[in-house]
Design a protein around this ligand. Structure first.
Ligand SMILES: C=C(O[C@H]1C=CC=C(C(=O)O)[C@@H]1O)C(=O)O
Ligand SMILES: [Mg+2]
Length: 450
């Protein structure tokens, strides 16, 4: 648990932002305006949990170089409006050092899931407040929407909102007591599903389906999701971290190793991440398990199907696709995965929406062929996936990046829903796949039990 005590220079920051506000003049049309002040780097989650408004959002890139905590939402849209939005982003920077416009958000496994909308999903948000760190540089950003007809009123509101900024507070330690824990499906149902999916008749129709399990925990206290994410990220390196909190007791968050895509202009980076083993109990054991995974036919096949699908999906959108010929090992805290890096040179007019439609859901969370796997899941899977196995990320001016929301949990009051899934292919054994779920579950449990 993070307990760093530090001072956020809230007052000088507010003064600088107020001075920037004083320089504004009434715009001639509706405009988004960004005020920004460079600040010393601070613990982003400690800042986020100290703020009092909702929604609160958090996003960290997998290499940890980009990190953002965001509060409030003053503009929302979805990817079908990307081009129009980008064209509109007025460069009305007032801040000393202009920071890029960035919107954060994502959608669930089903892109139109109503429950995910209630959790702040199915849209991208421009936050009112954002603490952002890009490598070594950090900013506090205050965004506002100005409309000529309401300009004076909006300035008054903005001045009030500036005074609401809170200094970062150390995250209080929390000890959660688990009163009840339940898996859905239970092992018997899981076994039936896996046997059905691996039957020759079913394999002819659908060579891969990723089945998920929901583990419901009833806890005795109301958890602070940012405290949980803070403990979680301390133990998980090489993962994206994300979270959305819409009320004191409602949040979705996680630590995911899987990239959906990173786009920098025409360059696209994605990957096939599938195939899993547990980490060993010591170095020697770990080495043996890793060697077995790299040579295991079922796991290599499971990974290959994801790579093949991504290649197929990107074919119409790219001039060139490069796929790592052999999977490499990605060691995480509790499991290791097989991964093949895929990069592509995109055709000039390709939009983020096209990329998302092409790539989501990959065969690492859905299956193959995609439509028949989705059909199977709709008919047989009794878990409401909600935001699990969906996407979370950000869109900026020159860069967009989304992760796949696996290794995630949803908080609803004192109930926590933890999600895990496993790819079922020819050669999958019900018990081995069940153990794979248990190994993956240890990631989220490490946050709850720390
Ligand atoms: C669906 C999940 O993991 C995917 C990503 C990596 C490895 C996987 C596997 O080996 O089954 C899954 O495809 C999950 O963790 O819930
Ligand atoms: Mg697997």
């Amino acid at each position: 648990m993070l307990t760093v005590a530090f001072d956020c220079p809230a007052d000088p920051v507010i003064e600088q932002l107020q001075a920037q506000l004083d320089q504004l003049t009434c715009p001639t049309r509706d405009s988004l305006v960004q005020l920004s002040v460079p600040v010393a780097t601070m613990p982003a989650l400690a800042w986020l949990q100290a703020q009092t408004n909702f929604p609160k959002m958090y996003w960290s890139s997998r290499d940890g170089n980009l990190e953002a905590s965001a509060v409030g939402s003053i503009d929302q849209w979805w990817l079908d409006q990307t081009e129009a939005k980008r064209a509109q982003w007025p460069r009305l920077y007032v801040g000393e050092v202009a920071a890029e416009w960035r919107y954060y958000g994502g959608h669930g496994f089903q892109p139109d899931d109503a429950h995910v909308s209630e959790l702040g999903g199915n849209r991208l948000h421009l936050a009112q407040w954002e603490y952002r760190r890009d490598d070594e540089k950090s900013w506090l950003i205050f965004n506002l929407l100005l409309q000529p007809s309401r300009y004076q009123q909006q300035l008054v509101q903005a001045r009030k909102a500036l005074l609401q900024l809170k200094a970062a507070q150390p995250i209080p330690p929390q000890q959660l007591t688990i009163d009840q824990q339940q898996h859905s499906p239970n092992y018997d149902h899981w076994q039936q599903r896996v046997l059905q999916l691996t039957s020759p008749a079913q394999q002819q129709r659908t060579s891969k389906v990723v089945l998920c399990r929901e583990t419901t925990l009833q806890v005795a206290q109301l958890a602070n999701p940012w405290g949980l994410l803070d403990s979680w990220q301390a133990q998980q390196h090489g993962c994206y971290q994300f979270g959305m909190q819409v009320a004191a007791d409602k949040a979705f968050f996680g630590c995911s190793p899987e990239r959906l895509f990173l786009r920098k202009k025409y360059q696209l980076y994605t990957e096939a991440l599938a195939g899993t083993c547990a980490r060993g109990q010591n170095q020697q054991h770990d080495h043996i398990l890793a060697g077995q995974l790299l040579n295991d036919r079922k796991n290599i096949y499971e990974n290959q199907l994801v790579a093949d699908d991504i290649e197929l999906q990107l074919a119409g959108l790219s001039q060139q696709i490069d796929i790592e010929p052999e999977p490499h090992l990605v060691p995480l805290a509790q499991v290791s995965h097989l991964c093949r890096i895929i990069s592509a040179r995109l055709n000039p007019q390709v939009t983020e929406l096209e990329l998302l439609n092409a790539l989501h859901p990959t065969a690492a969370v859905g299956g193959l062929p995609r439509q028949s796997a989705l059909h199977y899941l709709a008919q047989h899977e009794n878990v409401a996936r909600s935001w699990y196995a969906g996407v979370f990320g950000m869109i900026g001016e020159d860069r967009s990046e989304f992760c796949v929301t696996i290794r995630s949990m949803e908080q609803d009051g004192q109930q926590l829903r933890l999600f895990t899934g496993a790819g079922i292919v020819a050669g999958s054994d019900p018990r081995t796949e069940w153990h794979e779920l248990n190994s993956k579950l240890k990631s989220a449990m490490s946050a709850v039990q720390s």
